[in-house]
Ligand binder design. Structure first.
Ligand code: ATP
Length: 312
């Protein structure tokens, strides 16, 4: 086994990810890895947000490699355990992922095609690369200013409303149907929000917008290439601003997002920068990041170049 893994590795497993399939699959994987003599500890989460606390505590107690086992939400929660507020706990620590989510959009971007391939990569011949991270400040649901980090894509607008609805409905329906129905309801009822967008402190837009996506990587919503030009280690965030699109226009153009060809649309603007700010000129402007909806607000994004070591 690679030395990096023998230096205190913790697997953090979200048993509910992948529509609950991870619970069973992990039992099988764990037995297999232990049989092969790999040394690691494992923690199966019992409730949302626990992955953050477990990761934080592990990094404060000598673990240096954390493997997130689950989907984009699990990766996000684990990633946020690398920090207390804006302070990194251990600059030498590394993150690995075994993608077992419903969408697994970050893994899709890195072309980490199957969990088996990832396990082989992580435990047999690790590849090391450095990834940018985006620091975000916003107002959380308790009304306080909060800081969180993300590795993949965040958005404000129709995407965040869809995710909020999916997360509510997924308790009742399965993955595909909860996403499909939530997207349909949101797209048909959503009202474009009045916002102001600043890139590197310069105002670029003020008015009604359908969505602003902020990408460190490219995919969200299970394969939509919303920020198609984003590069995970270029020190820049990519911002795609979809202006005042009507409902029918939105539905008509949605398939283009899967191919990443929506940038050509006249109501779509594209920017890159080190910082972005979205000012909410009305209430209910929600933030979504890596499949979670942690709050709303006036929202600030800042790139942290080559911030985290990935073993994949
Ligand atoms: N033990 C648990 N019980 C209930 N929910 C949990 C538990 N552990 C984690 N969670 C929550 O599960 C949610 C979904 O996790 P995750 O995003 O990893 O899976 P997914 O939705 O299948 O994947 P993807 O986001 O890639 O589609 C997260 O919001 C997380 O907070």
């Amino acid at each position: 086994m690679n030395n990096n893994c023998t230096s205190k590795t913790l697997c953090v497993i979200n048993p509910t990810s992948g529509n609950g399939r991870t619970k069973k699959t992990w039992t099988y994987i764990e037995r297999q890895l232990k049989d092969e003599g790999f040394e690691f500890e494992a923690y199966v989460t019992k409730h949302p947000e626990e992955a953050t606390h477990i990761t934080r505590s592990a990094l404060q107690n000598g673990f240096s490699n954390i493997i997130a086992v689950g989907g984009d939400g699990t990766i996000n929660e684990v990633l946020n355990g690398f920090y207390i507020g804006d302070k990194r706990i251990n600059n030498q620590s590394s993150l690995s992922i075994i993608p077992m989510g419903t969408a697994s959009d970050f893994a899709r971007y890195l072309k980490l095609s199957t969990k088996d391939k990832c396990i082989k990569n992580i435990f047999y011949h690790q590849k090391e690369l450095y990834c940018d991270i985006v620091r975000t400040s916003f107002i959380d649901w308790t009304g306080k200013k909060n800081i969180r980090h993300f590795i993949n894509v965040a958005d404000v607008g129709v995407g965040s409303e869809t995710v909020a609805r999916v997360n509510r409905n997924s308790k009742i329906l399965g993955g595909f149907w909860s996403f499909f129905l939530s997207a349909l309801i949101t797209v048909t009822t959503y009202k474009n929000r009045d916002i102001t967008v600043l890139i590197d402190d310069q105002e670029v837009f003020s008015g009604k917008a359908c969505i602003v996506a902020v990408g460190n990587c490219s995919f969200f919503g299970g394969g939509m290439k919303i920020t198609p030009k984003a590069i995970f280690n270029d020190g820049l965030i990519d911002i795609v601003l979809v202006k005042d699109l009507g409902k029918l226009e939105l539905l008509y153009n949605l398939p283009k997002v899967y191919k990443g060809t929506h940038l050509e649309h006249p109501k779509v603007d594209y920017y890159q920068g080190k910082k972005a700010t979205i000012l909410a000129n009305e209430k209910d402007v929600y933030l979504e990041m890596d499949g979670e909806t942690p709050g709303k607000g006036n929202i600030e994004f800042e790139i942290l170049p080559s911030e985290i070591k990935l073993y994949i």
